[in-house]
Write a protein that binds this ligand. Structure first.
Ligand code: ADP
Ligand code: MG
Length: 395
């Protein structure tokens, strides 16, 4: 897939550029608690402003479902962006994303000036991929740049209908530098990566990642499964998992994934031992037990000590245990440390997985940390992502 990039947009001096960013960041006490998604967009913003453009930025935050939610306003984001970008960032808390004043402020932007729109998902048109909303947004700028990798797997107005409309009207559209980098890094896993190719999947729910498991079984040499999703696998084959989180309605799915893996000679590795406790609490009494014989009343909350294979390519998505609590974080730390220390081409994605990697200070050990959890998995699965298709060169 070849994307149109900023190189193809041409001279942006004196132009207003609409940049779709992914500032879906955690807020705590009216402040941005983790600004890594904002930091990740700075190269694109700097490049555009350096070229003499003014910027109209737009993002979603949370799931306000087409309604105005005070706690999902982008004020704190505008403030943090201003600090990081060292520029004034215009922002106005509106109820409908685009109103007359917003139109006026965007219309009057001078080169180097930046305006951040209100949460796109306050408008029901965003998730409905509504052309009307796309028209109101298109009116605000002369060119379109998408740097919101975390949103490209959604057919939403700001990533699908809007760039399509720009193209229709003969105006430039392009992928920003972050999007470009994501696609470049992840395309190595989508094609034929150096083998052995090992994927490590974890997290709470197997149902979130069933399609990923299905697609990966066709690609990888080994699949390591940790986190709570391992218990659905173990229980489907008759193992005792106590009160561990699992999904009995997915037994058929995991059994058929297992069968398919066996036929292809793909190794599926499940935890041998787990750290179990009666409840998810810091001071819960823990014990290490065999993964298939968890005593009644105990739940598996972390994988036990184990090793990572000699891989050439590693994909990791989903923590191995409840890493948020120190007593159940060793499994995730162990896997993260092993991947970071291996010479393999290593990619990690998923909000919680990235949080864990940062908490352990292991960022430098990975070749690529994807800002898009769901988007990165769908891309690697080989699916078509609406927000990327529209940016393909030659359209
Ligand atoms: P990511 O955001 O990296 O894609 P997920 O959202 O799929 O990851 O899963 C992360 C969550 O899974 C974490 O909050 C973690 O506490 C939880 N989790 C992992 N293992 C277990 C377990 N054994 N029991 C309960 N929850 C678990
Ligand atoms: Mg998550």
């Amino acid at each position: 897939m070849k994307l149109r990039t900023l190189d193809a947009v041409g001279d942006v001096a004196g132009r207003r550029v609409f940049v779709r960013v992914d500032y879906n960041v955690p807020l705590e006490g009216g402040k941005v608690a983790d600004d890594s998604r904002i930091v990740a967009t700075l190269p694109t913003l700097r490049e555009l402003v350096g070229g003499g453009a003014s910027l109209v930025l737009a993002s979603h935050l949370g799931r306000p479902k087409g309604q105005v939610k005070e706690e999902a306003r982008l004020g704190p984001v505008a403030e943090r962006l201003g600090e990081l970008f060292e520029r004034d960032v215009g922002y106005r808390p509106t109820d409908g994303v685009v109103d007359d004043e917003v139109r006026g402020r965007c219309g009057n932007l001078r080169p180097g000036e930046v305006f951040l729109l209100e949460n796109l998902r306050f408008d029901p048109g965003e998730e409905a991929n509504d052309r009307g909303l796309a028209e109101r947004l298109e009116d605000l700028a002369d060119a379109y740049v998408d740097d919101a990798f975390g949103a490209v797997h959604r057919a939403h107005a700001s990533v699908a209908a809007l760039p399509a409309l720009f193209l229709e009207r003969g105006r430039p559209v392009a992928a920003g530098r972050l999007l470009e980098r994501e696609v470049e890094a992840l395309s190595k896993l989508r094609g034929e990566p150096p083998r052995p190719y090992v994927a490590v999947l974890g997290g709470a729910k197997v149902s979130d990642k069933l399609s990923t498991i299905g697609a990966l079984v066709d690609k990888v040499d080994a699949l390591l499964i940790g986190g709570a999703m391992a218990f659905t696998f173990i229980a489907s084959e008759g193992g005792e998992v106590g009160t561990s989180l699992m999904e009995p309605d997915r037994f058929d799915d995991v059994l058929s994934a297992r069968k398919h893996a066996d036929e292809r000679g793909v190794l599926i590795l499940l935890p041998q031992d787990v750290i179990a406790a009666p409840e998810i609490k810091l001071d819960a009494k823990r014990q290490t037990v065999p993964a298939t014989e968890i005593p009644k009343g105990l739940m598996g909350l972390d994988i036990g000590p184990r090793t990572i294979a000699e891989a050439k390519t590693i994909l990791w998505n989903g923590p191995m245990g409840v890493f948020e609590l120190e007593p159940f974080s060793a499994g995730t730390r162990g896997v993260a440390t092993a991947i970071a220390g291996s010479a393999a081409y290593s990619v990690a994605g998923g909000g919680d997985s990235l949080l864990a990697i940062r908490r352990f200070g292991l960022e430098d050990g990975f070749d690529h940390l994807s800002t898009g959890g769901g988007a990165s998995l769908e891309y690697i699965e080989g699916r078509e992502l609406p927000g990327l298709t529209v940016l393909e060169a030659g359209r």
